[in-house]
Design a protein around this ligand. Sequence first.
Ligand code: AMP
Length: 258
Amino acid sequence: MLYSVRMRAAQGGPHEAGGRHISGAERIAGAGDLAALATEMLTRALAHSRGRADFINITVEAINAENVRRVPLLPVTTVAVPDVAAGREAAVAQLIKAGVAPAAARQGLAALLGLADSMRGAMLVCAESGRRLDNKALRGVRVSRMDAADPAGLTAFLSRRGLNNAHVREALVLAAKVAAAPGVVAELCWSDDPEYTAGYVASSQGYYRFPYLKPYGSPVGGRVFFVAPGCDQAALIEYLERQPVLVTAPEEESECSL
Ligand code: AMP
């Protein structure tokens, strides 16, 4: 039996009562790993650099293993940029390469820059017009029910590339699920962790990391999913929120057989 394990933490009460989002996490695991995962999530929620949570919700829910979809990890490229301004220009260029209209790419970037504080999820933005499509305000659309198919294998894969930190690991899993979503053209993200300045643009073409997309010390992060005009928004949100997905790393099979 597999379980979806999810954590969300806020300060000043639950999110739905206006609490400020502090931290969230998503895993899929077998019964034997649940206690350790819940402890790990609790520790993380209580020690987050965005502040101390006073509301922490951990949900454990069985999922049907037959219903799990497998999607491949995206190839990772780091784009060396010297500062935030260059990082944002390069990110816009990458969004355009992925198929987002130039004005829409700039509007998506401006939407993230316009946030007063971090959302809990992502904005859905039209890849053609740049208009925000979801009506979920600060909650946004939260991608859920995903994990690496082989977490230890993914750790080894990232360690060999000097990229094994929680930000990259979790972002790569989320980006792989999102890039495989029906109607998604590309994603733009930077973290809400004040100490983490890197961000990325992901699409089916790959995951492009930019070491600087926001200034050090900023607690405001966010995600924009650019979607094709005419995409079935209800089906997309259903996939993002509810479809269980395991992400497979390329070397997984050969590593497992060693
Ligand atoms: P993080 O990469 O965890 O620092 O998150 C950066 C921002 O991405 C958050 O402030 C949220 O707006 C958004 N975000 C985080 N987790 C998710 C998720 N599971 N689904 C959609 N958006 C998310």
